[in-house]
Write a protein that binds this ligand. Structure first.
Ligand code: 5AD
Ligand code: SF4
Length: 436
Protein backbone atom coordinates (compact mmCIF):
# COMPACT_ATOMS: atom_id res chain seq x y z
CA UNK A 1 0.00 0.00 0.00
CA UNK A 2 1.33 3.45 -0.91
CA UNK A 3 2.19 5.61 2.07
CA UNK A 4 1.02 9.03 1.08
CA UNK A 5 1.44 11.38 3.98
CA UNK A 6 0.48 14.36 1.82
CA UNK A 7 -3.17 13.69 2.57
CA UNK A 8 -2.74 13.41 6.33
CA UNK A 9 -5.61 15.06 8.15
CA UNK A 10 -8.12 14.66 5.34
CA UNK A 11 -11.53 13.69 6.58
CA UNK A 12 -13.45 10.67 5.39
CA UNK A 13 -17.10 9.79 5.93
CA UNK A 14 -18.26 6.23 5.27
CA UNK A 15 -21.91 5.24 4.87
CA UNK A 16 -22.58 1.50 4.81
CA UNK A 17 -25.61 -0.39 3.53
CA UNK A 18 -26.29 -4.12 3.51
CA UNK A 19 -24.92 -7.01 5.45
CA UNK A 20 -22.22 -7.47 8.08
CA UNK A 21 -19.68 -8.22 5.32
CA UNK A 22 -20.11 -4.69 4.04
CA UNK A 23 -19.83 -3.38 7.60
CA UNK A 24 -16.60 -5.31 8.06
CA UNK A 25 -15.23 -4.03 4.74
CA UNK A 26 -16.00 -0.46 5.78
CA UNK A 27 -14.15 -1.07 9.04
CA UNK A 28 -11.19 -2.39 7.06
CA UNK A 29 -11.13 0.64 4.74
CA UNK A 30 -11.50 3.03 7.65
CA UNK A 31 -8.67 1.33 9.54
CA UNK A 32 -6.41 1.34 6.45
CA UNK A 33 -7.08 5.05 5.83
CA UNK A 34 -6.52 5.95 9.47
CA UNK A 35 -3.22 4.05 9.32
CA UNK A 36 -2.00 6.65 6.79
CA UNK A 37 -3.33 9.69 8.57
CA UNK A 38 -6.97 10.10 7.52
CA UNK A 39 -9.57 11.05 10.09
CA UNK A 40 -12.98 9.39 10.07
CA UNK A 41 -15.90 11.76 10.71
CA UNK A 42 -19.53 10.94 11.33
CA UNK A 43 -21.03 13.88 9.46
CA UNK A 44 -20.91 13.88 5.65
CA UNK A 45 -20.87 17.70 5.59
CA UNK A 46 -17.51 17.75 7.35
CA UNK A 47 -15.86 15.24 5.05
CA UNK A 48 -13.42 15.71 2.17
CA UNK A 49 -14.20 12.24 0.89
CA UNK A 50 -17.52 10.43 1.09
CA UNK A 51 -17.52 6.66 0.65
CA UNK A 52 -20.84 4.90 0.06
CA UNK A 53 -20.58 1.14 0.55
CA UNK A 54 -23.75 -0.13 -1.13
CA UNK A 55 -25.67 -3.39 -1.30
CA UNK A 56 -27.28 -5.02 -4.36
CA UNK A 57 -29.01 -8.03 -2.87
CA UNK A 58 -32.48 -6.66 -3.69
CA UNK A 59 -33.62 -3.83 -5.92
CA UNK A 60 -34.87 -1.94 -2.88
CA UNK A 61 -31.40 -2.04 -1.25
CA UNK A 62 -29.87 -0.64 -4.44
CA UNK A 63 -32.41 2.16 -4.73
CA UNK A 64 -31.88 3.22 -1.14
CA UNK A 65 -28.11 3.53 -1.54
CA UNK A 66 -28.51 5.37 -4.86
CA UNK A 67 -30.83 7.91 -3.22
CA UNK A 68 -28.16 8.64 -0.65
CA UNK A 69 -25.46 8.98 -3.30
CA UNK A 70 -27.70 11.58 -4.98
CA UNK A 71 -27.91 13.54 -1.74
CA UNK A 72 -24.19 13.37 -1.09
CA UNK A 73 -23.40 14.38 -4.67
CA UNK A 74 -25.14 17.73 -4.06
CA UNK A 75 -22.67 18.67 -1.32
CA UNK A 76 -19.83 20.96 -2.45
CA UNK A 77 -16.17 20.04 -2.71
CA UNK A 78 -16.34 16.37 -1.87
CA UNK A 79 -14.79 13.40 -3.62
CA UNK A 80 -17.35 10.63 -3.81
CA UNK A 81 -16.48 6.94 -3.90
CA UNK A 82 -19.12 4.28 -4.45
CA UNK A 83 -17.95 0.85 -3.40
CA UNK A 84 -19.27 -2.59 -2.39
CA UNK A 85 -21.63 -4.96 -4.14
CA UNK A 86 -23.51 -1.99 -5.59
CA UNK A 87 -20.38 -0.72 -7.34
CA UNK A 88 -19.55 -4.19 -8.63
CA UNK A 89 -23.09 -4.73 -9.90
CA UNK A 90 -23.83 -1.42 -11.58
CA UNK A 91 -20.36 0.08 -12.19
CA UNK A 92 -20.68 2.34 -15.27
CA UNK A 93 -24.44 2.62 -14.95
CA UNK A 94 -23.86 4.41 -11.64
CA UNK A 95 -22.35 7.39 -13.46
CA UNK A 96 -25.45 7.52 -15.66
CA UNK A 97 -27.71 7.51 -12.61
CA UNK A 98 -25.78 10.04 -10.52
CA UNK A 99 -23.46 12.80 -11.64
CA UNK A 100 -20.29 13.55 -9.72
CA UNK A 101 -19.09 10.11 -8.67
CA UNK A 102 -15.28 10.12 -8.66
CA UNK A 103 -14.44 6.56 -7.75
CA UNK A 104 -16.21 3.26 -8.38
CA UNK A 105 -14.68 0.26 -6.66
CA UNK A 106 -15.86 -3.32 -6.17
CA UNK A 107 -15.18 -5.56 -3.15
CA UNK A 108 -11.94 -7.09 -4.49
CA UNK A 109 -10.11 -3.80 -4.93
CA UNK A 110 -10.11 -2.11 -1.55
CA UNK A 111 -6.32 -2.13 -1.22
CA UNK A 112 -6.09 -0.14 -4.46
CA UNK A 113 -8.97 2.05 -3.30
CA UNK A 114 -6.96 3.11 -0.28
CA UNK A 115 -4.00 3.96 -2.56
CA UNK A 116 -6.21 5.97 -4.87
CA UNK A 117 -7.92 7.89 -2.10
CA UNK A 118 -4.58 8.74 -0.57
CA UNK A 119 -3.13 9.70 -3.98
CA UNK A 120 -4.13 12.41 -6.36
CA UNK A 121 -6.28 10.54 -8.84
CA UNK A 122 -9.76 12.00 -8.96
CA UNK A 123 -11.50 9.51 -11.15
CA UNK A 124 -11.25 5.80 -10.99
CA UNK A 125 -13.14 2.68 -12.04
CA UNK A 126 -12.21 -0.43 -10.19
CA UNK A 127 -14.68 -3.17 -10.77
CA UNK A 128 -11.94 -5.81 -11.35
CA UNK A 129 -12.22 -9.34 -10.10
CA UNK A 130 -9.53 -11.07 -8.08
CA UNK A 131 -9.88 -14.52 -6.67
CA UNK A 132 -7.44 -14.39 -3.80
CA UNK A 133 -7.95 -11.14 -1.95
CA UNK A 134 -8.89 -11.10 1.75
CA UNK A 135 -8.61 -8.18 4.17
CA UNK A 136 -7.61 -7.85 7.81
CA UNK A 137 -8.28 -4.89 10.06
CA UNK A 138 -5.10 -2.84 10.59
CA UNK A 139 -3.61 -1.91 13.96
CA UNK A 140 -5.32 1.48 13.66
CA UNK A 141 -8.73 -0.13 14.01
CA UNK A 142 -10.47 0.97 17.20
CA UNK A 143 -13.68 -0.93 17.85
CA UNK A 144 -16.42 1.38 19.08
CA UNK A 145 -18.24 -1.49 20.73
CA UNK A 146 -17.40 -4.51 22.84
CA UNK A 147 -18.31 -6.81 20.04
CA UNK A 148 -16.24 -7.11 16.85
CA UNK A 149 -16.36 -8.73 13.42
CA UNK A 150 -13.68 -10.87 11.81
CA UNK A 151 -14.31 -12.02 8.26
CA UNK A 152 -13.02 -15.55 7.72
CA UNK A 153 -14.28 -16.20 4.20
CA UNK A 154 -15.08 -14.00 1.24
CA UNK A 155 -17.17 -14.86 -1.79
CA UNK A 156 -19.61 -17.66 -2.37
CA UNK A 157 -19.86 -20.52 -4.84
CA UNK A 158 -23.31 -21.82 -4.01
CA UNK A 159 -25.09 -20.06 -6.87
CA UNK A 160 -28.59 -20.18 -5.38
CA UNK A 161 -30.73 -19.29 -8.36
CA UNK A 162 -32.04 -15.98 -6.91
CA UNK A 163 -28.79 -14.62 -5.54
CA UNK A 164 -26.44 -12.10 -7.07
CA UNK A 165 -23.69 -12.48 -4.44
CA UNK A 166 -21.55 -15.12 -6.22
CA UNK A 167 -21.39 -12.82 -9.26
CA UNK A 168 -20.40 -9.81 -7.19
CA UNK A 169 -18.18 -11.26 -4.52
CA UNK A 170 -16.58 -14.01 -6.57
CA UNK A 171 -15.07 -17.32 -5.60
CA UNK A 172 -14.87 -18.54 -2.04
CA UNK A 173 -11.60 -17.80 -0.28
CA UNK A 174 -10.66 -18.51 3.30
CA UNK A 175 -8.40 -16.39 5.44
CA UNK A 176 -5.24 -17.98 6.85
CA UNK A 177 -6.08 -19.32 10.36
CA UNK A 178 -3.09 -17.52 11.88
CA UNK A 179 -4.39 -14.23 10.42
CA UNK A 180 -7.83 -14.97 11.91
CA UNK A 181 -6.29 -15.61 15.33
CA UNK A 182 -4.13 -12.49 15.30
CA UNK A 183 -7.10 -10.37 14.27
CA UNK A 184 -9.15 -11.80 17.14
CA UNK A 185 -6.29 -11.17 19.58
CA UNK A 186 -6.01 -7.60 18.30
CA UNK A 187 -9.74 -6.95 18.81
CA UNK A 188 -9.60 -8.58 22.21
CA UNK A 189 -6.70 -6.38 23.24
CA UNK A 190 -8.73 -3.34 22.11
CA UNK A 191 -11.58 -4.32 24.42
CA UNK A 192 -13.83 -6.67 22.41
CA UNK A 193 -15.35 -9.42 24.53
CA UNK A 194 -17.38 -10.93 21.72
CA UNK A 195 -16.26 -11.84 18.19
CA UNK A 196 -18.52 -12.68 15.26
CA UNK A 197 -16.84 -14.72 12.52
CA UNK A 198 -18.21 -13.57 9.19
CA UNK A 199 -18.66 -14.98 5.73
CA UNK A 200 -21.38 -15.56 3.15
CA UNK A 201 -21.14 -19.19 4.23
CA UNK A 202 -18.70 -19.62 7.11
CA UNK A 203 -19.20 -23.40 7.19
CA UNK A 204 -17.48 -23.63 3.78
CA UNK A 205 -14.28 -22.29 5.39
CA UNK A 206 -11.31 -24.36 4.17
CA UNK A 207 -7.66 -23.43 4.51
CA UNK A 208 -5.38 -26.43 3.87
CA UNK A 209 -6.60 -29.09 6.29
CA UNK A 210 -8.42 -26.57 8.47
CA UNK A 211 -12.19 -26.58 8.08
CA UNK A 212 -14.65 -24.45 10.04
CA UNK A 213 -14.85 -26.70 13.11
CA UNK A 214 -11.05 -26.98 13.29
CA UNK A 215 -10.82 -23.19 13.04
CA UNK A 216 -13.36 -22.82 15.83
CA UNK A 217 -11.39 -25.22 18.05
CA UNK A 218 -8.19 -23.36 17.27
CA UNK A 219 -9.80 -20.05 18.25
CA UNK A 220 -11.02 -21.60 21.50
CA UNK A 221 -7.49 -22.85 22.25
CA UNK A 222 -5.51 -19.82 21.20
CA UNK A 223 -7.63 -16.83 22.16
CA UNK A 224 -9.25 -15.94 25.45
CA UNK A 225 -12.24 -14.24 23.77
CA UNK A 226 -15.29 -14.80 25.93
CA UNK A 227 -18.02 -15.05 23.31
CA UNK A 228 -17.80 -16.37 19.78
CA UNK A 229 -20.55 -16.12 17.17
CA UNK A 230 -20.60 -16.94 13.46
CA UNK A 231 -22.67 -15.79 10.47
CA UNK A 232 -24.05 -17.09 7.98
CA UNK A 233 -24.37 -20.87 7.67
CA UNK A 234 -25.70 -22.89 4.72
CA UNK A 235 -27.79 -25.88 5.88
CA UNK A 236 -26.09 -28.14 3.32
CA UNK A 237 -22.70 -27.62 4.98
CA UNK A 238 -23.76 -28.24 8.59
CA UNK A 239 -22.05 -31.21 10.32
CA UNK A 240 -23.48 -32.23 13.67
CA UNK A 241 -19.97 -32.11 15.22
CA UNK A 242 -20.43 -28.34 15.21
CA UNK A 243 -23.20 -28.58 17.82
CA UNK A 244 -21.04 -30.82 20.02
CA UNK A 245 -18.35 -28.14 20.02
CA UNK A 246 -21.00 -25.55 20.89
CA UNK A 247 -22.38 -27.76 23.67
CA UNK A 248 -18.92 -28.43 25.15
CA UNK A 249 -17.66 -24.85 24.92
CA UNK A 250 -20.04 -22.30 26.34
CA UNK A 251 -17.86 -19.52 24.87
CA UNK A 252 -19.43 -20.39 21.52
CA UNK A 253 -22.88 -18.83 21.70
CA UNK A 254 -25.81 -21.29 21.33
CA UNK A 255 -27.21 -19.57 18.26
CA UNK A 256 -27.10 -20.38 14.57
CA UNK A 257 -28.39 -18.31 11.66
CA UNK A 258 -29.53 -20.95 9.18
CA UNK A 259 -31.45 -19.61 6.18
CA UNK A 260 -34.38 -21.87 5.24
CA UNK A 261 -35.54 -19.68 2.29
CA UNK A 262 -38.66 -21.76 1.53
CA UNK A 263 -40.66 -24.74 2.81
CA UNK A 264 -41.76 -26.27 -0.49
CA UNK A 265 -39.38 -28.84 -1.95
CA UNK A 266 -40.32 -27.80 -5.46
CA UNK A 267 -39.37 -24.19 -4.74
CA UNK A 268 -36.22 -25.23 -2.85
CA UNK A 269 -35.18 -27.17 -5.94
CA UNK A 270 -35.82 -24.20 -8.21
CA UNK A 271 -33.80 -22.11 -5.78
CA UNK A 272 -30.96 -24.69 -6.02
CA UNK A 273 -30.62 -24.86 -2.27
CA UNK A 274 -29.47 -28.48 -2.12
CA UNK A 275 -31.79 -29.70 0.66
CA UNK A 276 -35.44 -30.59 1.13
CA UNK A 277 -37.59 -29.11 3.85
CA UNK A 278 -37.64 -32.54 5.60
CA UNK A 279 -33.84 -32.60 5.61
CA UNK A 280 -33.75 -29.11 7.07
CA UNK A 281 -36.17 -30.04 9.85
CA UNK A 282 -34.30 -33.26 10.68
CA UNK A 283 -31.09 -31.25 10.88
CA UNK A 284 -32.69 -28.91 13.43
CA UNK A 285 -33.99 -31.86 15.40
CA UNK A 286 -30.51 -33.42 15.60
CA UNK A 287 -28.96 -30.08 16.49
CA UNK A 288 -31.43 -29.53 19.34
CA UNK A 289 -30.95 -33.11 20.58
CA UNK A 290 -27.27 -32.35 20.97
CA UNK A 291 -27.69 -28.79 22.18
CA UNK A 292 -31.09 -28.28 23.80
CA UNK A 293 -32.13 -24.65 23.82
CA UNK A 294 -30.17 -23.81 20.65
CA UNK A 295 -31.57 -20.59 19.17
CA UNK A 296 -32.13 -20.71 15.43
CA UNK A 297 -32.75 -17.67 13.24
CA UNK A 298 -33.38 -17.73 9.53
CA UNK A 299 -33.99 -15.97 6.21
CA UNK A 300 -37.11 -16.62 4.11
CA UNK A 301 -38.10 -15.43 0.66
CA UNK A 302 -41.77 -15.21 -0.37
CA UNK A 303 -43.13 -14.89 -3.88
CA UNK A 304 -40.37 -16.78 -5.66
CA UNK A 305 -41.39 -17.28 -9.32
CA UNK A 306 -44.24 -19.81 -9.61
CA UNK A 307 -44.82 -20.01 -5.81
CA UNK A 308 -48.41 -21.19 -5.33
CA UNK A 309 -50.61 -20.88 -2.24
CA UNK A 310 -49.76 -24.54 -1.52
CA UNK A 311 -46.03 -23.86 -1.74
CA UNK A 312 -46.44 -20.90 0.58
CA UNK A 313 -48.41 -22.93 3.12
CA UNK A 314 -45.49 -25.38 3.19
CA UNK A 315 -43.25 -22.47 4.14
CA UNK A 316 -45.68 -21.58 6.94
CA UNK A 317 -45.69 -25.22 8.08
CA UNK A 318 -41.89 -25.43 8.07
CA UNK A 319 -41.74 -22.20 10.09
CA UNK A 320 -44.20 -23.66 12.64
CA UNK A 321 -42.09 -26.80 13.00
CA UNK A 322 -38.74 -25.01 13.10
CA UNK A 323 -39.60 -22.64 15.92
CA UNK A 324 -37.28 -19.85 14.84
CA UNK A 325 -36.23 -17.24 17.34
CA UNK A 326 -36.61 -14.72 14.55
CA UNK A 327 -36.55 -14.50 10.79
CA UNK A 328 -35.54 -11.98 8.17
CA UNK A 329 -38.30 -12.21 5.59
CA UNK A 330 -38.10 -10.85 2.06
CA UNK A 331 -40.21 -10.43 -1.03
CA UNK A 332 -38.40 -12.03 -3.96
CA UNK A 333 -36.56 -9.44 -6.02
CA UNK A 334 -35.46 -10.49 -9.53
CA UNK A 335 -31.74 -9.83 -10.02
CA UNK A 336 -30.30 -9.58 -13.50
CA UNK A 337 -27.67 -12.17 -14.32
CA UNK A 338 -28.96 -14.79 -11.86
CA UNK A 339 -30.55 -18.05 -13.03
CA UNK A 340 -33.95 -17.05 -11.65
CA UNK A 341 -33.90 -13.76 -13.60
CA UNK A 342 -35.20 -15.74 -16.57
CA UNK A 343 -37.98 -17.47 -14.58
CA UNK A 344 -41.25 -15.70 -15.23
CA UNK A 345 -41.97 -13.59 -12.15
CA UNK A 346 -45.55 -14.71 -11.94
CA UNK A 347 -46.63 -13.94 -8.40
CA UNK A 348 -48.49 -10.60 -8.30
CA UNK A 349 -47.05 -8.01 -5.90
CA UNK A 350 -50.27 -7.82 -3.87
CA UNK A 351 -50.09 -11.56 -3.17
CA UNK A 352 -46.39 -11.35 -2.32
CA UNK A 353 -47.18 -8.59 0.17
CA UNK A 354 -50.01 -10.58 1.75
CA UNK A 355 -47.82 -13.65 2.09
CA UNK A 356 -45.07 -11.59 3.67
CA UNK A 357 -47.54 -10.20 6.17
CA UNK A 358 -48.94 -13.63 7.07
CA UNK A 359 -45.45 -15.01 7.45
CA UNK A 360 -44.32 -12.10 9.63
CA UNK A 361 -47.35 -12.57 11.85
CA UNK A 362 -46.50 -16.24 12.40
CA UNK A 363 -42.81 -15.52 12.99
CA UNK A 364 -43.79 -12.94 15.59
CA UNK A 365 -46.16 -15.29 17.44
CA UNK A 366 -43.52 -18.03 17.65
CA UNK A 367 -40.89 -15.53 18.71
CA UNK A 368 -43.07 -14.27 21.54
CA UNK A 369 -43.78 -17.83 22.66
CA UNK A 370 -40.09 -18.64 22.82
CA UNK A 371 -39.24 -15.41 24.64
CA UNK A 372 -42.04 -15.90 27.20
CA UNK A 373 -40.62 -19.32 28.06
CA UNK A 374 -37.39 -17.60 29.13
CA UNK A 375 -38.94 -15.33 31.75
CA UNK A 376 -37.55 -15.95 35.23
CA UNK A 377 -34.30 -17.46 33.93
CA UNK A 378 -30.91 -16.13 34.96
CA UNK A 379 -28.54 -15.51 32.12
CA UNK A 380 -25.29 -13.70 31.35
CA UNK A 381 -25.45 -10.71 29.07
CA UNK A 382 -22.78 -8.50 27.55
CA UNK A 383 -23.61 -4.83 27.99
CA UNK A 384 -22.80 -3.10 24.74
CA UNK A 385 -24.68 0.18 24.90
CA UNK A 386 -27.38 2.25 26.52
CA UNK A 387 -30.98 3.00 25.58
CA UNK A 388 -33.35 5.70 26.74
CA UNK A 389 -36.87 4.51 27.53
CA UNK A 390 -39.10 7.32 28.75
CA UNK A 391 -37.33 8.85 31.74
CA UNK A 392 -35.02 5.92 32.33
CA UNK A 393 -31.60 5.17 30.89
CA UNK A 394 -31.05 1.44 30.54
CA UNK A 395 -28.02 -0.59 29.63
CA UNK A 396 -28.65 -2.84 26.69
CA UNK A 397 -27.18 -6.16 25.84
CA UNK A 398 -27.76 -9.54 24.31
CA UNK A 399 -28.06 -12.99 25.75
CA UNK A 400 -25.80 -15.70 24.30
CA UNK A 401 -28.87 -16.74 22.27
CA UNK A 402 -28.87 -13.27 20.66
CA UNK A 403 -31.96 -12.03 22.47
CA UNK A 404 -32.21 -8.38 23.46
CA UNK A 405 -32.19 -7.30 27.09
CA UNK A 406 -32.52 -3.89 28.72
CA UNK A 407 -30.99 -3.73 32.12
CA UNK A 408 -32.08 -1.82 35.16
CA UNK A 409 -29.06 -2.03 37.47
CA UNK A 410 -26.82 0.29 39.46
CA UNK A 411 -23.23 -0.83 39.64
CA UNK A 412 -22.47 -1.82 36.07
CA UNK A 413 -20.78 -0.28 33.04
CA UNK A 414 -20.68 -0.86 29.30
CA UNK A 415 -18.52 -3.83 28.40
CA UNK A 416 -19.40 -5.76 31.57
CA UNK A 417 -20.76 -9.27 31.31
CA UNK A 418 -23.40 -9.52 34.04
CA UNK A 419 -25.80 -12.18 35.23
CA UNK A 420 -29.39 -11.02 35.16
CA UNK A 421 -32.85 -12.38 35.80
CA UNK A 422 -35.14 -11.96 32.80
CA UNK A 423 -38.04 -10.30 34.59
CA UNK A 424 -40.50 -9.40 31.89
CA UNK A 425 -40.91 -8.57 28.23
CA UNK A 426 -41.53 -5.22 26.58
CA UNK A 427 -42.49 -6.18 23.03
CA UNK A 428 -39.54 -8.39 22.05
CA UNK A 429 -37.05 -7.07 24.56
CA UNK A 430 -36.45 -8.46 28.03
CA UNK A 431 -36.18 -6.22 31.03
CA UNK A 432 -33.51 -7.75 33.23
CA UNK A 433 -32.65 -7.28 36.91
CA UNK A 434 -29.19 -7.93 38.30
CA UNK A 435 -30.30 -9.02 41.73
CA UNK A 436 -32.18 -12.24 42.32
N1 5AD B 1 -34.72 -11.51 -3.49
C1 5AD B 1 -35.13 -11.53 -2.21
N2 5AD B 1 -34.34 -11.92 -1.20
C2 5AD B 1 -33.09 -12.32 -1.49
N3 5AD B 1 -32.09 -12.76 -0.70
C3 5AD B 1 -31.02 -13.01 -1.48
N4 5AD B 1 -31.31 -12.75 -2.76
C4 5AD B 1 -32.59 -12.32 -2.80
C5 5AD B 1 -33.46 -11.90 -3.83
N5 5AD B 1 -33.09 -11.88 -5.11
C6 5AD B 1 -32.22 -12.94 0.74
C7 5AD B 1 -31.98 -14.40 1.13
C8 5AD B 1 -30.62 -14.34 1.79
C9 5AD B 1 -30.64 -12.95 2.39
C10 5AD B 1 -29.30 -12.41 2.73
O1 5AD B 1 -31.26 -12.16 1.41
O2 5AD B 1 -32.97 -14.78 2.05
O3 5AD B 1 -30.44 -15.35 2.75
FE1 SF4 C 1 -23.94 -8.19 1.65
FE2 SF4 C 1 -24.96 -9.56 -0.35
FE3 SF4 C 1 -25.73 -7.09 0.04
FE4 SF4 C 1 -23.31 -7.65 -0.88
S1 SF4 C 1 -25.23 -8.05 -1.93
S2 SF4 C 1 -23.83 -6.21 0.74
S3 SF4 C 1 -22.83 -9.53 0.20
S4 SF4 C 1 -26.08 -8.78 1.43
Amino acid sequence: MMNNTGRRGERVFIRTFGCQMNMYDSQFISSALQEIGFIEVDDAQEADIIIVNGCSIRKHAEDRAINWIHRYSRLDNKRIAVIGCLAQNLHDQLREKVEGIDIICGPDNYNELVDIISGSSREMNLPGRKTDVTYSLTDSYRPDRFSGFVSITRGCENFCSYCVVPYLRGKLRSKDPSAVISEILHLEEKGCREITLLGQNVLAYKHGDTGFTELLEMILRESPVERIRFLTSHPRDVRTGLFRIMRDNTRVCPHIHLPLQAGSDRILKLMKRGYSSGEYLRLLEKARDILPGLAVTTDIIVGFPSETEDDFSMTMEAVRSSRFDSAFTFIYSPREGTAAWRFPDEVPLEIKKQRLQRLNQLVMEIRLDILREQIGKRIKILLDGTAQRGENLYFKGRTPHFRNVLLDCGEVKEGDIVEVTLEKLEKFTFIGKCRR
